[in-house]
Write a protein that binds this ligand. Structure first.
Ligand code: C2O
Ligand code: CU
Length: 662
């Protein structure tokens, strides 16, 4: 294994590894940050992290050139002393994480993990390194107060970083002292091509929801899912913005899946076409036609990548997990003169995570949750008031990340510029997107339209339901491979949720240059809005408690579809403040209007939050001030956390647009 001399190899390592070493001993930290740095031997004598071709990155242990950083690392990890045969890691909670941060253990030894989180959250210990199937080498969930053993006895010598997969900011390092056993890698093999779901363009579209087997993993049986039209994600609806679009959804799902309701996320439509969680449902065997005019106040909505998904009360997470999500792409012919990459150089990507059983079927985290909620925890008096508090660790996080419904796909691209419209359609996970060669993205839009001006960003953090419209530049890279990865969150928010670390897909650059494309300085103008000084409504996102336990809440309340939390006059413009009072990050989604971000934490928002927006990150203690004009439609609309487990747990509220009184 040698460096095959790709020019961007080293920068690539830096991009992937940045932010990784925080909290580690400095020697180890810097080694980890070094190229491909998560793989290094635990001893001075058995070293080397050799660089590999982008996308096939593996590191051979035990031979080759010795790296100075590795020796430093070995010193830092205390390689001079013999590692113990057994070790214990204690979980101290979201902010303090794991203790110790670096745990040495002898090869063949045992590892125990104890969850002592005083806040009674469930946590996991999940290796960043993956096995040949793409699954983590170890992934053990530990409920509050519990002790579990971690299966490490078969792992070879080397350094393994791990995280809590529910709280990616909790990180640690396990150093197995002993001879290495082949390679430690957290880059999967890219064995299947990227696909695009079928596209539907008509003014009246019909989509039948049904159970179907779809190809997700590269080998073995296909996966049974609940689908829109037989594919996962569902068909991509592609429409010119401003054109009236009717979509008839037919519910041919198994009867036990019950009624569903479909929301076009980011759209502007009548209340009854907005995917009400408890009304206008589509019963088993029935259908419903939704009217999406794709206009706001008579003007076409800004073109963007939005999406459609089930929104059924209490079951949104479950129904999305099993497959009920699809992309909704609007286009605008007026955009053409901008000269952005178009047609096959414009690629929508839906990124989401799932966990699979050995037979490639999806796990059912919701059955487990139901059992646990009604079983032991609910009945055990010592757990009273904790049963629901334990939920913040039972979120649906998948072990494997899929792009357009496939695990670890590759895509052939030409040297040139490509537009990627990226959607995080995960239920709970966040990704900090970065390219492995260190080249930045040029962000040109959000999921609600183009930004006023492009913004160059080395990495882009997207939480559930957030989108980013970016241009990537493969010019001059013919013959190389570039990974689209998620790196540990780089913006240094100490209590904010971490992003997962994974290589998501691979671009193989080859062939003739792609047609020229431009990124003009002026992209879009955001319509002027006269916003009143006064804040009309404050929404507080918190963790509340009642007799039944604790729950995720808005202004202290659980969602109740019969309650209206705020009324707004049609035609008015309001300023709202969103505040996170809980110890956990939330991604807050406002339905229906073209929202603008006025302030983040009292300051002007960063340049990438100066377009239209519908979903905001709120780290603990953060506040965001937003405004919109309430146009066209009266009725009820939702505001909620788009971490779907939180939404289902009650972190949702209703605002109602009412006729203006004269
Ligand atoms: Cu994407 Cu209310 O949802
Ligand atoms: Cu949340």
């Amino acid at each position: 294994m040698q460096n095959r001399g790709e020019p961007d190899e080293r920068r690539r390592g830096r991009a992937l590894g940045s932010g990784l070493g925080s909290g580690l001993g400095s020697g180890l930290g810097s080694a980890l940050r070094s190229a491909l740095g998560r793989r290094l031997a635990g001893r001075v004598t058995a070293t080397t992290a050799a660089l590999a071709l982008a996308g096939t990155a593996v590191v051979m242990m035990g031979q080759g050139r010795s790296g100075t950083t590795l020796e430093a690392a070995a010193d830092g990890a205390g390689a001079q002393t013999t590692a113990p045969n057994s070790a214990t890691i204690q979980i101290l909670g979201i902010s303090q994480g794991f203790s110790p941060k670096v745990t040495p253990v002898a090869k063949g030894g045992t590892l125990t993990i104890v969850n002592d989180d005083p806040d009674h959250f469930t946590h996991s210990i999940t290796s960043n390194a993956i096995g040949p199937s793409g699954k983590p080498l170890f992934d053990v969930v530990v409920k509050p107060g519990a002790t579990r053993s971690v299966p490490i006895s078969t792992l070879g010598g080397g350094t393994y970083t791990y995280v809590c997969r529910f709280h990616g900011q909790m990180k640690g390092t396990l150093v197995i002292d002993g001879p290495p056993d082949g390679q430690i890698s957290n880059v999967p093999k890219f064995q299947q091509p990227l696909v695009q779901p079928p596209r539907l363009h008509g003014r009246h579209i019909r989509i039948v929801m049904r159970k179907a087997k779809v190809r997700v993993l590269p080998h073995g049986p296909r996966t049974r899912m609940l689908t829109f039209g037989g594919s996962f994600p569902g068909p991509t609806i592609v429409r010119r913005t401003g054109r009236d679009t009717k979509v008839t959804f037919v519910n041919h799902l198994p009867r036990k899946d019950g009624s569903v309701t479909i929301h076009q996320h980011g759209g502007h439509q009548r209340s009854k076409d907005d995917g009400q969680p408890a009304a206008y449902l589509i019963k088993h065997g029935r259908k419903r036609t939704y009217d999406f005019p794709l206009r706001d106040g008579g003007t076409p909505l800004p073109a963007a990548l939005r999406f459609y998904h089930d929104h059924r009360m209490d079951k949104t997470a479950r129904n999305n997990w099993f497959g009920l999500q699809g992309m909704f792409l609007t286009t605008d012919p007026r955009e053409r003169r901008l000269g952005l990459p178009k047609r096959k150089y414009d690629i929508p990507l839906a990124v989401t995570d799932r966990t699979f059983r050995k037979n490639n079927s999806l796990t059912n985290p919701f059955r487990r949750m139901a059992r646990e909620m009604s079983g032991a925890m609910a009945n055990d008096p010592s757990m009273s008031g904790m049963a629901r508090a334990a939920k913040p660790g039972m979120e649906t996080v998948g072990q494997q990340v899929l792009v357009n419904g496939r695990f670890a796909p590759y895509k052939r691209v030409r040297p040139g510029r490509y537009r990627l419209q990226i959607l995080n359609s995960s239920l709970f996970s966040s990704y900090d997107f970065a390219l492995s060669n260190g080249r930045p993205f040029t962000q040109i839009g959000t999921g609600s339209g183009l930004l006023p001006h492009p913004v160059v960003r080395p990495d882009i953090l997207l939480g559930p339901a957030q989108r980013a419209d970016v241009v990537v530049d493969f010019r001059g890279l013919a013959g190389t491979k570039v990974l689209l990865s998620s790196i540990p969150r780089t913006d240094g928010s100490p209590n904010g949720t971490g992003s997962r670390e994974a290589a998501l897909m691979q671009f193989r650059v080859r062939g003739k240059p792609a047609p020229k494309a431009r990124i003009p300085f002026s992209l879009a103008s955001i319509r002027h809005l006269h916003v009143p000084r006064k804040t009309a409504k404050v929404w507080r996102f918190g963790l509340s408690k009642d007799r039944r336990g604790s729950y995720w809440s808005i202004n202290g309340k659980r969602f109740n579809p019969r309650r209206v939390d705020h009324k707004v006059a049609l035609g008015s413009t309001e300023r709202w403040k969103l505040v996170n009072t809980s110890p956990f990050t939330h991604f807050v989604h406002l339905h229906e209007e073209l929202w603008r971000t006025l302030k983040r934490d009292g300051h002007a928002p960063p340049p990438w939050e100066r377009g239209y927006e519908d979903t905001w990150r709120l780290d603990p203690g953060e506040s965001v001030v937003v405004a919109a004009r309430f146009t066209d439609y009266t009725g009820k609309f939702m505001i909620h956390c788009h971490m779907l487990d939180h939404e289902d747990d009650g972190m949702m509220a209703t605002f109602q647009v009412v006729e203006r009184k004269h």
